[in-house]
Design a protein around this ligand. Structure first.
Ligand SMILES: Nc1ncnc2c1ncn2[C@@H]1O[C@H](COP(=O)(O)OP(=O)(O)OP(=O)(O)O)[C@@H](O)[C@H]1O
Ligand SMILES: [Mg+2]
Length: 298
């Protein structure tokens, strides 16, 4: 069997065991919920939301893995003050397993550093793809939620990760450029990848009213121009100096100022995510998630 047909067989076999289906033994398998955090505009708080949401979800009993999918300035490790020695490139080359690359914070959050590994996925050989697919399968039994920290912009790399995720959390602020870029991202995702459902998180606001205005602006534009796309309001995070200070201390705000307004808001949102049913645009397990990315780059 050549590598390509091996890859096809693996994926074919896997299509029989989709999310939550009954297995022959009678046991029901559940698969991690893959959520991308994305924005269009840079610097709106994606990395901080991913890091802090991961901690807050861990606090309420969820097993969380963060994948740093930002091929440019990967910096999730900065707010956790960790320096992962290896990244996804070592998994692709077969030098390391995913578990050897993963680092675990003192909260129990697992982080997979992307580095430049995710940048050249169009050039992966079949063997390298197979390495990725088989390694990602090992995440299935150890994670409830996988959070993807995407880069800024609407580069093809950002779009691959968003389209492969089960759910897409879009972050916007009150700044007009942020609202326009969030709309542009949802437009391209819906038109090119058929994504029909997004969750909106409005960051750096002074009031809930401001956040609702951002939501209304985007929801109106979607209603007028993007057919069948649904935008759900996930919540808002206040503008909080504690969060800025936390970053300067290479810390998450949940660690640095656990009772600050932004920490409380992030905990509320984590609770909302944990209690909300998954509303995936696609159904599939973690190997399918990687398969979808690999398909997208070909
Ligand atoms: N709620 C908030 N209150 C105050 N400042 C904030 C808040 N959220 C984010 N910031 C500021 O924005 C900065 C950028 O945040 P972050 O690095 O998380 O953005 P990003 O979207 O991941 O950026 P990039 O697109 O470069 O990856 C933070 O260092 C912090 O100073
Ligand atoms: Mg970032």
């Amino acid at each position: 069997m050549d590598q390509a047909s091996g890859l096809r067989n693996i994926v074919k076999t896997d299509s029989l065991s989709r999310r939550g289906v009954s297995m022959p033994s009678g046991a029901t398998r559940t698969f991690p919920r893959v959520m991308s955090v994305t924005s269009g505009k840079g610097g709106v708080g994606k990395t901080n939301m991913v890091g802090n949401l991961a901690i807050a979800l861990t606090e309420i009993g969820k097993r969380v893995v963060i994948i740093d999918a930002d091929v440019g300035l990967a910096n999730i490790d900065i707010i956790f003050n960790m320096r992962p020695k290896y990244n996804i490139s070592h998994v692709i080359s077969g030098e390391k397993s995913l578990h050897e690359v993963m680092v675990t914070t003192h909260h129990g959050v697992n982080i997979i550093a992307g580095g430049s590994g995710f940048a050249n996925m169009t050039q992966l050989t079949h063997g390298e793809k197979l390495n990725l697919l088989t390694e990602f399968e090992t995440l299935e039994n150890m994670a409830d939620i996988i959070l993807l920290d995407t880069g800024a912009g609407i580069s093809s790399n950002v779009l691959y990760f968003n389209s492969a995720a089960d759910e897409c959390i879009v972050i916007a602020t009150r700044e007009p450029t942020s609202i326009t870029d969030a709309y542009a991202l949802m437009k391209v995702m819906s038109q090119e990848y058929g994504t029909k459902y997004f969750k909106l998180l409005v960051n750096v606001v002074d009031s809930k009213k401001d956040a609702k205005m951002v939501y209304a602006t985007l929801d109106n534009a979607i209603g007028r121009f993007l057919k069948n796309v649904v935008l759900e309001y996930l919540g808002n995070i206040p503008s909080d100096i504690n969060l800025q200070k936390a970053v300067l201390h290479r810390s998450t705000v949940l660690d640095y100022a656990p009772d600050s307004p932004s920490s409380q808001a992030i905990r509320d949102i984590a609770g909302k995510i944990a209690s909300s049913p998954i509303r995936a645009s696609t159904d599939g397990n973690i190997k399918f998630f990687m398969k979808r990315i690999l398909d997208a780059v070909n």
